[in-house]
Design a protein. Structure first.
Length: 331
């Protein structure tokens, strides 16, 4: 299904699929399993690495020498892109957007920002509300005028090419479940720029699986998020020659766990972070996986998964951002 697309090898695959017995017991609901995409291996790992195998595969096939991308200041996508660019010998130009007013010193300097700098990415600050797509295009023009060959990767690598990484992840997960004799009743993931959920939805349907997939939103309202995921799923299905396999109803998001906004801590996130740390010795992140697990925990407690035996939580990574939240997390 994906063999015809150019791809570079960046990730440690397959990522483990592991039980979380102590978390499951603490919640008293179905058995919870974790798909360890925090262990993709590139510069502390995370979900963007799978997408970048295809985005950067396309860039290399086009003969690019400079990658242009963008994200919030503490973007995990930017960090993984900066590392991958080093591995492939490409320059990396980054537009960083400050997502909220009055960020702390660690937010602006530590965590992913420190790692971006270690990888030598050229960071440019942009105020919130910048037209980032236009800004990336104009930077691409400048690179071309200077004789370079730019390749623009959108925020989160969330276009159809990047989403192929999560089509592949769905295939990988279904194969692992079969090998382990595990019947999965629900798959839960954080959803932001949409490529992860869109790719998973396409991969599941392409494999004729009806496994329900729930995205826990971290930024946009529910209708907006679901429409964004659905539109990208349609484009991704078309790219692999399977137009129409994803229905609008296949795309389900719950956006009740965002709190005051993208990147702003919530009590539930902090609680989920401590719960997974202390029950299982695992790290989440404050922006995505922490809020996603907060949703899973709350929905489990409310009985939303009653009757289910096994739930898989996709861990999308991001723990490098913990250090940027030094002064905002309760331990
Ligand atoms: C980017 C990111 C997500 C969201 O994935 P999308 O494909 O953008 O929806 C989730 N978790 C982490 C840690 C991320 O960096």
């Amino acid at each position: 299904m994906l063999e015809t697309f150019p791809r570079v090898q960046l990730a440690h695959l397959p990522t483990p699929l592991e039980p979380l017995p102590r978390l499951s017991a603490a919640l008293g609901g179905p058995d919870i399993w974790i798909k360890r995409d925090d262990c993709t291996g590139l510069a502390t790992g995370g979900n963007k690495t799978r997408k970048l195998e295809f985005s950067l595969g396309a860039a290399m096939a086009e003969g690019a020498d400079t990658i242009i991308t963008a994200g919030a200041v503490q973007s995990n996508h930017v960090r993984q892109t900066a590392a991958a660019a080093c591995k492939l010998g490409l320059a990396c130009e980054v537009l960083l957007e400050q997502p909220f007013a009055e960020p702390s010193e660690p937010y602006m300097q530590s965590g992913n920002v420190l790692l971006d700098k270690l990888f030598g990415a050229n960071l440019r600050a942009h105020p919130a509300g910048t037209d980032i797509v236009a800004a990336m295009e104009s930077l691409a023009d400048q690179v071309r005028q200077a004789g370079g060959q730019p390749y623009v990767i959108p925020v989160g690598a969330s276009n159809a090419t990047g989403a192929l990484g999560y089509v592949d992840c769905a295939v990988e997960l279904l194969g692992q479940a079969e090998d382990q004799g595990l019947v999965i009743d629900h798959l839960v993931t954080a959803t932001g720029s949409a490529g992860t959920q869109a790719g998973l939805a396409v991969g599941l349907r392409a494999m004729r699986s009806q496994l329900p997939l729930l995205g826990i939103g971290v930024s946009a309202a529910r209708d907006v998020q679901q429409q964004k995921v659905y539109a990208l799923a349609c484009e991704t299905a078309e790219l692999i020659g399977q137009s129409g396999i994803v229905a609008r109803d296949d795309i389900v998001a719950n956006c009740d766990y965002i709190g005051d906004g993208y990147g702003l801590p919530t009590t539930g996130m902090n609680e989920a972070l401590l719960l997974l740390a202390r029950q299982e010795g695992l790290l989440l992140d404050p922006v995505y996986s922490g809020k996603a697990l907060a949703g899973l925990v709350d929905l489990t407690r409310k009985g939303a998964f009653d009757g289910a035996r096994n739930i898989v939580f996709l861990h999308t990574g991001g723990s490098a951002a913990l250090f940027a939240y030094l002064d905002q997390l309760h331990t």
